[in-house]
Design a protein. Sequence first.
Length: 278
Amino acid sequence: MAADQRGADFEKKADKKIAGAGGGCGDRAGSVYIKLANCHMKLNSMYEAGSACVDAANCYKKTSTTEAVACYNQAVNIFLDNGRLHMAAKYCKEIGELYELEKNYKQAIVYFERSAELFQGEEVTTSANQCKLKVAMFSAQLEQYQKAIENFEEIARHSLNINLLKYGVRGHLLNAGLCQLCKGDVVAINNSLERYQDLDPTFSRTREYKFFACWLNKRNCCSCQDLAATIDEEDVLKFTNVVKEFDSMTPLDAWKTTLLLRVKEALKAKELEDDDLT
């Protein structure tokens, strides 16, 4: 019997076992697929072995993240060894998503970064950007603001010349700017705004830019620069009003709200510190 046929027969038997196991059979089904993967590897059917590892991971997802990650990692290594970089990238992303569900952002970043690198190597820019976006957002949540800024800016650069992505550029630049706010460096915010205008000449005409522009008192509007001024002046009330005005026009999502609350709390703490000194 040909090697491929023996593998196919084994897979049919595995599927029958899984079908007859009923509900709650994630572990049993996963172990069957692992045996199938080992069988395929002995027969040197590496693509089939990798696919069986993925099937095992999909079963373990219902019962054990640890086991699921181990199986996905095995699949990733098999696909990498056989030059199937797109498949490896896809399952690195799956691992990242598992860690995301558990709010283990540190580990999620590791796998989304790896996935982005592999997708980028295959010139799958959209998928690479999706992974980098996760890296940026989770980095900010972990207060790794510089890393978040670099990823948001890189996504913006890669999106500029792609029709389906270029309209999201201003949002990525806004997110990078919010991370700059969390760092509390007004000079860096100014420098960033200048770079963003060089990167995308249309940015200065957007609501996102105006959100920052008023901070710096450069124009009579609510802008990013406006927020910077409130930080420089340590004015909590003005900061709150600027955020409310922007939110009334463009509702803030939970991630942006979290970052802005951090900035507000930092301003409050600085205000109290100054009061203690006077």
